[in-house]
Design a protein around this ligand. Structure first.
Ligand code: FAD
Length: 1010
């Protein structure tokens, strides 16, 4: 085959002629598929019938997908029957007759119920069996041999999605190695079948594997790009080596968009290693549904040219479309995928041309079940003079066999993507296939099930006007106009799969480190005030590094701050809400511009890892934007009642001077939330930051001043809690105290404030911690439950009031869950917060570490220590994650808030007991449930009474406005932060009633004005 970019033959047919040939070929493929509908009473027929029903009724489809998803975890006949009832009978769906009978019989509790349940199980296994080629190499061999005999190649993929521990990643690696060893000799003995054994460039390996990199490293995360690439390669290298030794081929699948760059980096950097220099049978995937897919292919091509390399490229459309669009919408990011199906198809056709033009280097494989897409590949190859064995067509095992036969019948090489594995880890795959088969825009659905007209199926893709435009980037968020703020939107988190964000964070860290050690005087009445005594802020990862110093207020400075705040109060309280909100909006803009610097500062001052620090900044911005809008909503006085001769005005007014006592664990977000709420409501504020984080607090106060907060409205007063804190709580000039911190301090403040009234009874808003439980039901998705419990319990070293500190597991899932949890915890990396691979950073101070370790000692006395992570011993304030199992509900470690990376695991016989344990603590802040039973979810929603209950997700990370946050019982007094009632706590409502009748004359209402 000619090297280099192929020239189009001069005699190439005109475009219209080519289009006619494409359509003709597509029609021929379709003709092969026509009449392929299975007979109604065959097994395939019944399955197809069910799918048709599912497609006709979206609700049934959702229930079916969900049932398929949960099914492998159902251990008993009773569980299967229970879920059948909840998913299908109780949901009030109209069911196809076969399913209606099965559900009725299986759930009737009669002697035939077990038989019916078994029949359902058989059906589902049959379903899965359609898509899975065997449990392992031995099991798969007969099918693979049969395929080969028919002239169909295969590529094997081991089922399973992301792994939760390094042990599981090791197991995946071993499975792949075993697959190579189990197949290589056997396939070598098969008789030659030229169409699959040779290509235009020479011999084709029979043994062909596909692999997902996420199954090779449990801690894979683009935020740790280099570390993830290295760790994946360490496990991949032996596999590729073995594949190569045994004459095989291997392709790295592409998964979710966030792993795309990682996958390409793994691929290219591995092939650049000396030992793989001459290896041409590696492959990689390009997803045409990505808006910048053409750049992906171009980059691969340039890489291949620069190094004179050859490899396989599988062109697909992309299997994660729903996931990508949902995640992007949740995060407020532009979707990385096209949202118009025609655009994906058009990109596929465009890249088909590029691949075939370079097929001497990039060995093309066109993976699709779309007759038009396949026909374009075939006809473009013909136009470019690429021989039939110069490319291949690939299909998924179990999807569209007639299509496969039709294409193979045209004389092209076809390869099946054939998953091996057990049903359980394969469910995510199966659900994806079902989603694909039943999606409205699926070619297979339209062609086979809906019998769409051939003309419609073979026509060129209709693109949207956006096709070909630059992929949208996250637009810079415009500064909010106080006159027209528009609706509130959460500030998007940084997408660390984008290199520019990773680089921006690194650069910010460098800047912050250059700027360390600065001194921050008090700010009182808009002036700097210094003190002889200084507070020293250190980096908890490197305690010998001084982040900065702050003046330390005593009583005199506190007195001065109260005086300044009182002086500023009348003017500020009387200022229009728009003017106050404008300060918040401007401050939000200032924080937005410094977002990475502020996050990096939190990494060094509070020991927050990158994602945690970034989320802290975005939450702070959210509070400013949200409370600004809330103040506008509440600010306008309202007319009440409409009796003639009477004018009633209802309005809110600031309470007075607010003392904000902030915690160190959200040094920017919580401080900003409390301060901005007080300020925008018309109060003046004294900010007493937490001892360990005065530098971050100084940045907020500076931003508020720069944003226009008048002198004296925000006063910065770091100092010692016992001295200046208590003094201010008792001070008669303070009207309101907003506190977030421990229960002990919160209760102390409540008592002191009540005992020392000012002008009136002091208002205290106190958010005070929790002892938060997650319940894991018998049918929970353990992949999800394990990883979310680990992050909820251990991220930021468990130092969040929302953190999970106990997990209550139902008996039937206990052993499996705990086994995987312990492995997962051992896989988590503890280390300096600034290292991108760190998942658990330091705790805040040496005293905090001592306190946490004393609970660990307590735990050793009252429960079984089952796992301890590894913590570096380099002077940082590290505490490894600890997991105690078989903990009694009365144990101290199951009752008290530890505020560190210590997790208690408790066993519950049933849901009643689980709820009793989870609710049997003094706190009621957050809680969680992992379950796939609709009835359990409904009951837990009612009966697990905590402030924030999370179902089937982690229990930290509440978002402003979407998940207003806060608890009750001993978790707090006050309403939820980031919610519609929060500002009401900072104001006094007033009613002014005027008698408008004079001498018997009452003016009409509309003349009265406000
Ligand atoms: C052998 C083989 C290997 C594969 N390997 C991978 C892989 O490594 N990674 C991977 O992600 N996928 C992979 N896939 C799956 C593939 O990406 C497609 O999901 C699947 O083949 C369906 O595309 P189609 O061309 O067959 O069908 P079609 O029905 O023509 O296209 C369906 C596809 O169009 C896209 N789409 C659907 N709705 C919209 C919309 N509203 N806007 C824009 N686009 C839309 C989606 O990608 C959807 O899957 C593989 C498929 C095969 C056959």
């Amino acid at each position: 085959m000619a090297a280099g970019r192929r020239r189009r033959p001069a005699a190439m047919a005109a475009t219209t002629d080519r289009e006619a040939r494409v359509q003709e070929t597509a029609r021929r493929i379709l003709a092969g598929v026509a009449g392929s509908r299975p007979r109604r009473l065959s097994r395939e027929g019944l399955q197809a019938g069910l799918m048709e029903w599912a497609m006709a009724d979206e609700r049934l489809k959702v229930q079916l997908l969900r049932f398929v998803d949960v099914f492998p975890t159902l251990r008993s006949q009773a569980e299967v029957a229970g879920h059948l009832r909840e998913y299908f009978a109780d949901a009030g769906l109209e069911l196809p007759r076969a399913l209606r009978w099965a559900v009725r019989l299986a759930t009737a509790g009669t002697p035939v119920s077990p038989l019916a349940t078994a029949a359902v199980r058989r059906q589902l296994q049959g379903f899965a069996g359609r898509f899975i080629v065997g449990r392992d190499a031995g099991d798969a061999l007969p099918s693979l041999r049969a395929l080969h005999r028919q002239g169909i190649g295969f590529t094997l993929d081991v089922l399973g999605e992301a792994v939760v521990s390094e042990r599981e990643a090791d197991a995946y690696q071993q499975t792949y190695l075993a697959l190579v060893d189990g197949l290589a000799d056997e396939v070598a003995r098969w008789p030659a079948v030229p169409v699959v054994d040779t290509a235009a460039w020479g011999r084709l390996p029979r043994l062909n594997l596909s692999l997902k990199i996420t199954s090779l490293y449990s801690q894979i995360d683009p935020v740790d790009f280099r570390g993830s690439v290295a760790a994946v390669k360490d496990r991949l290298r032996p596999i590729v080596r073995r594949v190569r030794e045994r004459g095989g081929a291997i392709t790295l699948d592409l998964e979710q968009h966030r792993f795309r760059d990682l996958t390409y980096a793994v691929f290219t950097s591995l092939l650049e290693e000396e030992e793989f220099r001459g290896f041409d049978d590696a492959g990689v995937v390009v997803q045409a549904y990505l808006r910048d897919a053409d750049r992906d292919l171009e980059a691969l091509l340039q890489w291949a040219k620069a190094r004179d390399r050859r490899f396989h490229v599988r062109l697909v459309k992309g299997a994660y479309w729903d996931y990508e669009t949902v995640v992007a919408a949740q995060e407020g990011w532009p979707p990385p995928v096209f949202t118009h199906k025609g655009d994906t198809d058009a990109m596929y056709e465009r890249l088909t041309g590029v691949l075939l033009e370079n097929s001497d280097r990039l060995r093309p494989a066109f993976a699709s079940h779309n007759a038009r897409s396949l026909a374009v590949a075939i006809e473009t190859a013909r136009d470019l003079g690429v021989p039939a064995d110069g490319f291949e067509l690939q299909m998924l095992h179990g999807m569209g066999e007639p299509l496969r036969a039709a294409v193979a019948g045209l004389g092209f090489r076809v390869r099946e993507y054939a998953p091996v594995g057990e049903l359980l880890p394969g469910m995510a795959y199966l659900v994806r296939r079902l989603l694909e088969n039943t999606a409205n825009e699926s070619f297979l659905r339209q062609a086979v099930v809906e019998g769409a007209a051939a003309d419609e199926l073979v026509r060129p893709p209709r693109t949207s006007p956006a096709f070909g435009a630059e992929p949208p980037r996250l637009p810079a968020v415009p500064d909010t106009d106080p006159g027209d703020p528009g609706p509130f939107r959460n500030e998007p988190h940084a997408d660390f799969s984008r290199r520019e964000n990773r680089d921006a964070f690194d650069e910010a860290l460098t800047r912050v480190r250059r700027d360390l050690g600065r001194h921050h005087p008090l700010r009182i009445g808009g002036r700097d005030v210094d003190t002889a005594e200084r507070l020293v802020s250190v980096d908890p990862s490197h305690p010998d590094v001084v982040v900065g110093t702050a003046a330390c207020a005593g009583r005199a400075e506190a007195e001065a701050a109260v005086a300044a705040a009182r002086r500023a109060l009348p003017g500020w309280r009387a200022a229009p809400p728009q003017a106050r909100a404008a300060v918040l909006f401007r401050a939000a803009a200032l924080l937005r511009r410094q977002r990475f610097d502020l996050a990096a500062l939190m990494t060094v001052e509070a020991g927050k890892t990158r994602r945690e620090a970034d989320a802290d900044v975005t939450e702070a911005i959210d509070f400013l934007e949200y409370y600004g809008r809330e103040a506008l909503r509440l600010g306008a006085p309202r007319r009440l009642g409409h009796a003639p001769g009477e004018h009633n005005l209802y309005f809110y007014e600031g309470r007075g001077v607010a003392l904000v006592v902030a915690p160190w664990n959200f040094p920017l977000a919580i401080l900003t939330g409390m301060t901005s709420a007080a300020l925008v409501s018309g109060n003046t504020v004294i900010v007493k930051p937490a001892g360990p984080t005065p530098v971050v607090a100084a940045r907020l106060v500076a931003a508020l001043e720069e944003a226009g907060a008048p002198a004296g409205t925000v006063n910065y007063l770091p100092g010692r809690g016992a001295e200046v804190g208590d003094f201010l709580v008792r001070h008669p000039g303070v009207d309101l105290i907003a506190f977030t911190g421990s229960m002990e301090v919160g209760l102390h403040i409540v008592r002191e404030a009540a005992a020392h009234p000012g002008e009136g009874v002091k208002k205290v808003i106190a958010e005070m911690g929790g002892k938060n439980a997650v319940i894991v039901d018998g049918d929970a998705d353990l992949d999800l439950a394990v990883s979310e419990v680990v992050s909820s319990a251990f991220h930021y070293a468990g130092q969040k009031c929302s953190a999970a500190s106990q997990v209550v597991v139902l008996d039937s899932a206990y052993d499996q869950f705990v086994g995987r949890l312990l492995d997962a915890v051992r896989s988590v990396r503890v280390g300096p917060a600034e290292e991108p691979g760190t998942r658990v950073g330091p705790v805040i101070t040496a005293e905090a570490r001592e306190r946490i370790l004393s609970y660990v000692e307590q735990g050793r006395r009252e429960a079984t220590l089952a796992a301890v992570g590894e913590a570096p011993d380099d002077g940082g304030f590290y505490v490894a994650p600890y997991v105690f199992v078989d903990v009694s509900p009365q144990a101290v470690i199951a009752q008290e808030e530890i505020f560190g990376p210590v997790l208690a695991v408790l066993r519950a016989a049933d849901l009643d007991e689980a709820l009793a344990i989870a609710g049997g603590v003094r706190y009621a802040l957050t809680g969680g449930l992992f379950s796939r039973s609709p009835a359990t979810i409904a009951r837990v929603r009612r009966e697990f009474r905590v402030g924030n209950l999370y179902i089937n997700r982690g229990i930290t990370g509440a978002l402003v406005e979407r998940q207003p946050f806060g608890g009750f019982k001993m978790s707090g007094v006050g309403s939820k932060a980031g919610g519609p009632d929060y500002l009401l706590q900072f104001v006094e409502p007033r009613t002014v009633t005027e008698n408008t009748m004079r001498r018997g004359f009452a003016p009409p209402e509309d003349l009265l004005g406000e």
